[in-house]
Design a protein around this ligand. Structure first.
Ligand code: G3I
Length: 348
């Protein structure tokens, strides 16, 4: 019988976890872990575009409804992930409905985007606290992600109002979401921005420009798939400060901490020393989050998974290499990282 993590941390933001469907089954031990320690839930996969609207006009509500009802029954918030992404989006979005050999036109894609966003956001109005409106729109190579870097959204929709700017699909996605639920917190979410100054430069430029046009962006989501080796705290703080300077809030949306320094490393045994080192780094990160919570601008911190048995990092970036990035181990037992957050005096 260990302390309740979210409660013990005492943050004003709701501590959250990404889950798969098993955690919503009250007979499954993941469910107990979730309700005991967390106050916010994100679907790790099943609220993405392909899951919500696999074919045009056929929305699948069962899983998402289950999550939203589970959250309400357990007094938890929901983070909706995600309304628009270049990955896990069915091909039909980008195909001409009258001639599948042709790409969709701007008008067709905009209409589909609006329908997708507004159908989902209105159904969960008042029930989904925060939406990741757009996910990963910035390219690692600089600028907006485009066809060459894996996204068709920018190339097909492009510059709608003729002002020479090609981020209109992002602006419109936020406007559609706001229209459908004026009270939901709207997030632009991306990875690597806490650790890459040039990617953060692109994020800052983009958000600045969109805000100047009146785009309803409430927060920048920092996914924070970090490792035990970096990025360092100073750099993360600097990135958070740059977001804060824009006048938007901060969310940590997909936190986990790999034990590997990169993809060339072979699988290695998880040692006690390693887990202790991870614990101290988790503690330092949460102390940093507290600085921004104290300033009233940290809206959410979500772990990308409940326990090490369900981490996406077991398959990424090296297929089958086992990782140990979360607060609970493969048997759902609290790790030193958990103890570092509830009571660091228990650590050696
Ligand atoms: O459900 C099928 C299963 O039926 C099939 O047997 C199996 C075979 O590969 O695949 C299963 O689907 C996998 C799915 O996760 C559920 O486990 C997909 O292949 C796999 O691609 C998918 O990966 C997800 C990934 O997004 C896809 O891009 C990860 O679970 C999910 O954690 C990850 O989450 C993303 C965020 O949405 C955005 N930020 C990065 C983050 C990590 O990549």
């Amino acid at each position: 019988n260990i302390p309740d993590l979210a409660k013990t941390l005492g943050t004003s933001y709701a501590l959250g976890a990404a889950i798969d469907q098993t955690a919503l089954d009250s007979k499954d031990p993941h469910s107990e872990l979730l309700t005991k320690h967390f106050k916010s839930i994100t679907a790790g996969n099943f609220m993405k575009m392909d899951a919500m609207q696999p074919t045009e006009g056929n929305f699948v509500w069962s899983e998402a409804d289950k999550l939203v009802n589970f959250a309400a029954a357990n007094n938890m918030q929901v983070r909706g992930h995600t309304l628009l992404w270049h990955s896990q989006v069915p091909d039909w979005f980008f195909t001409d409905p009258n001639d599948p050999s042709k790409p969709a036109t701007r008008e067709q894609l905009l209409k589909r985007m609006k329908t997708h966003i507004q159908t989902i956001v209105s159904r969960y109005k008042g029930k989904v606290h925060t939406w990741d409106v757009v996910n990963e729109v910035i390219s690692d190579g600089g600028g907006l992600r485009n066809q060459a870097s894996g996204s068709k959204w920018r190339d097909i929709i492009g510059d709608v109002d003729g002002d020479g700017d090609d981020s209109d699909y992002i602006e419109l996605a936020f406007r559609y979401a706001r229209e459908a639920d004026p009270d939901a917190v709207l997030v632009i979410n991306d990875y690597g921005i806490e650790g890459s100054v040039s990617k953060m430069n692109d994020m800052v430029k983009l958000v600045e420009k969109l805000l100047a046009k009146g785009t309803p962006i409430d927060a920048i989501g920092f996914q924070m798939h970090v490792s035990m080796y970096g990025p360092d705290l100073k750099q993360i703080r600097e990135a958070f400060n740059r977001a804060a300077a824009l006048g938007v809030h901060i969310q940590v949306t997909e936190l986990d901490m790999s034990i590997y320094s990169g993809n060339s490393e072979q699988e290695k045994p998880v040692t006690d020393e390693m887990m202790l080192e991870q614990a101290y780094r988790y503690r330092a990160l949460f102390d940093l989050f507290k600085e921004f919570d104290d300033r009233g601008i940290m809206d959410s911190v979500t772990l990308w998974g409940l326990a090490d048995d369900g981490t996406w990092l077991d398959d990424f970036p090296v297929k089958g290499r086992k990782d140990a990035p979360l607060l609970f181990d493969r048997k759902l037992k609290a790790k030193p990282a958990y103890w570092a957050l509830v009571d660091p005096s228990t650590l050696p």
